[in-house]
Design a binder for this molecule. Structure first.
Ligand code: ADP
Length: 622
């Protein structure tokens, strides 16, 4: 039969593939094994569903055979096979829609075009990276005739009748110079294990094994056939077939962690997208959890073929402690990292996966409290990062995060805090900005204690930043106790206007003394025992936050002034009110201000003056 020419686009495509994938030609094997696996899947499907095929034998296997002498490598399968038309259509034209789309988008700019390749399958043609010529002998299931397709990948291809004992396809590669490195059984085993370990069918390798012959003191070559892959994508099996031990073993093999995982979530999605996910939560947080250069723990598979690991695009950053696999049926095998970021399929899988992980964690929180607390001990903080970044899942995350509070020892959930709200309590409250002991002793909490309102004690460094962006839990407001507006919630009907008016002259005097150090001086509704406290405006970062930002190197920070609040019920305030505005009163004004700052954990700008004033006041009173 006369030589048939490739469609011109095919030759173009070949050149492009060869150049863009040249840096890792080993993927040719992954592509060919994946084709064989697809062919086996197709035949299995037919034998199960189509009466015409039911009687056909189905003995699924993939055989790699290496001939070191002639430098040929064959990949044979017992799959669906191809007849003459199939061979022409599949291996000689661009009938396949993926390739067509690909070609339609070519720009002529080699660099851009090779990036494009990642979005489409390269498949069979990649074998021309390692072979001078390729011979395909195939017999379609249910047909008698077999066909041989041969090509050098440049000029075109020949097709002629051939013989094959059983249905299936044999691809024989005459390895070129680049391909010689694959005429090595070690290398082949390594590549199969790396990419195709979890292909569902057994992959055998036949090669010359050197064995030491003790009697004759020389090494003999024996032709050996060994299975090289594990052939078990356990995540593709149904949950009911799997034991806890199966899951734990899988975890250990993919994570390198020898401790059992805390939780695992196994999901099979079918419909507009087909994929399987198996996620694990390690019992101990990965060591690099707080390092900028952390490693992602989720591996991406396409149709059970390993594609890449440590792909940070697979889950949002705050879930970087999750280990596991995503196995998609809808992505091309050579999808690249760059493409992952914008791939529609992967975006959908990612969104659904995050939802799944969070909802499973919520289940665990409800049904397995003890284990959930172990989880929180390790991962409360990354969840808080999620509150900051993952707006879509904020409600769920708020339910998952745990808090210290003034009412409980240990940790509590927002739902529980809400259920403990008192009659008349308008919002949920929290205090941030300092170590736990400082927060728990803050004068800002006095009124809450008096009213019996619970306050969350947020002492984690990131709390201040995270919670400044969270202002509601469900319908309930979430407010910082050190914000000026919170006092609206706390006003009692019994707080009399007359009393407020009476203190007014003192407020004026204090303002005059403190000058531009304060924004305002006001009567406080939040103090019970202390004479004074400091509060910030709603939109302004709190004093501690300002300190932190400066420590982090932000120099150009505006310095919003704090507001001083005083407690009209307090002895000191009452006495000051009755006293003329002399030096002692001025010292007292400054001391009220400075002590409020100290209790907020703010370092005094002028500690010497503070001590001098304190000593003057002491001298007078002793
Ligand atoms: P892809 O696998 O992405 O479709 P390929 O270039 O690898 O692209 O293969 C083109 C087509 O050739 C496949 O879609 C399939 O129909 C057919 N094919 C390739 N290898 C085999 C095989 N081993 N058995 C049966 N058909 C095959």
């Amino acid at each position: 039969m006369a030589k048939q020419e490739f469609q011109t686009e095919v030759s173009q495509l070949l050149q492009l593939i060869i150049h863009s994938l040249y840096s890792h030609p080993e993927i040719f094997l992954r592509e060919l094994i994946s084709n064989s696996s697809d062919a086996l899947d197709k035949l299995r499907h037919l034998t199960l569903t189509d009466d015409a095929y039911k009687a056909l034998p189905f003995d699924p296997r993939i055989d790699l055979e290496l001939d070191e002498e002639t430098k040929t490598l064959t990949i044979a399968d017992t799959g669906i096979g191809m007849n003459e038309q199939d061979l022409v259509a599949n291996l000689g034209t661009i009938a396949r829609s993926g390739t067509k789309n690909f070609l339609a988008q070519l720009s002529g700019d080699a660099k851009k075009d090779s990036n494009l390749i990642g979005q489409f399958g390269v498949g069979f043609y990649s074998a021309f990276m390692v072979a001078d010529s390729i011979e395909v002998v195939s017999r379609k299931a249910g047909e008698e005739l077999a066909w041989r397709w041969t090509s050098d990948g440049k000029t075109g291809f020949d097709i002629e009748p051939a013989e094959r004992m059983v249905a299936g396809t044999t691809v024989k590669l005459h390895l070129n110079e680049e391909g010689q490195q694959y005429a090595n059984s070690w290398r082949l085993q390594e590549i199969v294990k790396k990419y195709s370990n979890h292909i569902a069918f057994p992959i055998f390798l036949t090669y010359d094994k050197s064995e030491w012959n003790e009697a004759e003191k020389k090494s003999d070559k024996t032709r050996t056939t060994e299975q090289v892959n594990a052939a078990s994508a356990m995540w593709r099996r149904s949950k009911s077939e799997l034991t806890d031990d199966d899951y734990k073993e899988m975890y250990k093999s993919i994570s390198g962690d020898s401790t059992d995982p805390l939780f695992w979530f196994h999901t099979r999605a079918e419909g507009s997208l087909d994929y399987t996910t198996l996620f694990y939560i390690p019992a101990k947080a990965p060591l690099d959890l707080y390092q900028a250069e952390y490693k992602g723990g989720v591996k991406l598979y396409v149709k059970r073929v390993f594609i890449l690991d440590d792909a940070k695009e697979l889950l949002p950053q705050y879930l970087r402690f999750v280990r596991g696999i995503i196995d998609s049926e809808d992505l091309p095998l050579n999808v690249s990292r760059e493409i992952l970021q914008q791939n529609r399929v992967l975006t959908s899988i990612r969104t659904a996966s995050v939802k799944k992980i969070l909802s499973e964690l919520k289940n665990a929180a409800a049904n397995d409290t003890e284990k959930y607390l172990e989880f929180i001990e390790q991962y409360n903080r990354p969840l808080k990062e999620g509150l900051y970044g993952d707006y879509a899942n904020r409600e769920t995350l708020l339910d998952l995060v745990r808090f210290k509070s003034t009412e409980v020892t240990g940790l509590t959930s927002l739902a529980d805090v809400k259920s403990r709200m008192k009659e008349g309590q308008k919002s949920l409250y929290y205090i941030t900005g300092g170590p736990e002991s400082l927060l728990r002793n803050s004068p800002l909490l006095e009124i809450y204690r008096k009213k019996g309102y619970e306050v969350l004690v947020l002492d984690d460094e990131i709390d201040e930043i995270v919670f400044s962006t969270v202002d509601k839990y469900g319908e309930t407001d979430l407010k910082a106790v050190n914000k000026a507006s919170t006092s609206e919630d706390l006003k009692d009907e019994t707080d009399s206007q007359a009393e407020a008016d009476a203190v007014k002259p003192l407020l004026e005097k204090l303002k005059a003394t403190l000058g531009d150090k304060v924004k305002d001086v006001r009567v406080s509704v939040r103090l019970a025992e202390s004479p004074s406290c400091i509060v910030s405006d709603e939109e302004e970062p709190s004093l501690q936050m300002q300190q932190m930002l400066r420590a982090m190197g932000q120099k150009e920070l505006p310095t919003p002034k704090p507001t001083l609040e005083i407690n009209p019920e307090h002895e000191i305030v009452k006495k000051l009110l009755a006293r003329p505005d002399d030096d002692l009163a001025k010292d007292a004004a400054w001391l009220l201000f400075d002590q409020a700052l100290l209790l907020e954990g703010v370092a005094l700008k002028d500690p010497a003056s503070f001590v001098q004033r304190l000593n003057r006041v002491l001298t007078q009173s002793i």
